[in-house]
Design a protein around this ligand. Structure first.
Ligand code: 5GP
Length: 223
């Protein structure tokens, strides 16, 4: 029986899970928890022109590049999607972070904004699952941003200014979760992931499996 389950798993099509939230909603922590507990999800490392924050590692959190390098990626058509101006920086998802994984049944997780999510939906349709995290309150969100201590006052004000605009896109997402409790949110997303993996369109190995079932019945009938 285990052999059958393994065979089916190998021929599953990977899904692309996009998680978006206004800054300070805890998106980064939620994504880290999800990745820690599920080895079948790979994180798509984005390219950005913004400087690394303290503790961020090149090639792990982002590929930190110069404007010239970013332009080269654009010229080579290396991006699956990109946004050219976010808080004064540019962000993009490399094709190489996506296709080869999805096709061998590996799920990929993305930390990207609504504009990127929209582009991904247009390009990859049914492979894309989008999840939006809402903060429990704006007051809470500002206090989380301040406690994080990674951005200057000026950047925090800028981020707060963009929040209203960002939140207005909540209804473009497949799933919406109010992030009150980190562990609860993680559990909810794990349930979404399990459900999405079971969808018929992702279980591309099922066709062959059912064909074999039918063959077995026919063989028994003619024996
Ligand atoms: P931060 O600078 O705080 O890491 O990210 C700022 C915003 O850019 C966040 O909303 C994040 O989700 C988004 N972002 C990060 N990488 C990408 C990407 O590759 N594409 C798009 N469209 N947005 C991204």
């Amino acid at each position: 029986m285990n052999e059958i389950i393994n065979r089916l798993r190998k021929v599953r099509k990977g899904a692309m899970f996009i998680i978006e939230a206004p800054s300070g909603t805890g998106k980064g922590t939620v994504i880290k928890e999800l990745l820690k507990n599920d080895s079948n999800i790979k994180f798509s490392v984005s390219v950005t022109t913004r400087p690394p924050r303290e503790g961020e590692v090149d090639g792990v959190d982002y590929y930190f590049v110069t404007d010239e390098q970013y332009n080269e990626f654009l010229e080579q058509d290396a991006f699956y999607e990109f946004v050219d101006s976010q808080y004064g920086s540019r962000y993009g998802t490399l094709r190489s972070e996506v296709d080869s994984f999805i096709n061998v049944g590996q799920d990929v997780m993305f930390d990207m904004d609504w504009a990127g999510a929209r582009q991904m939906k247009e390009k990859a349709g049914a492979d894309v699952v989008t999840i939006y995290l809402l903060p429990p309150s704006i007051k809470e969100l500002r206090s989380r941003l301040e406690k994080r201590g990674t951005d200057s006052k000026e950047v925090i004000e800028k981020r707060m200014g963009i929040i209203l605009e960002k939140v207005s896109h909540w209804n473009e997402f497949d799933y919406v979760i109010v992030n009150v409790d980190l562990q609860e949110t993680v559990t909810k997303i794990q349930k979404i992931i399990s459900g999405e993996r079971m969808k018929r369109v992702r279980q591309v190995g099922l066709k062959k499996f059912v064909r074999e079932l039918v063959k077995e019945v026919n063989q028994k009938a003619s024996a």
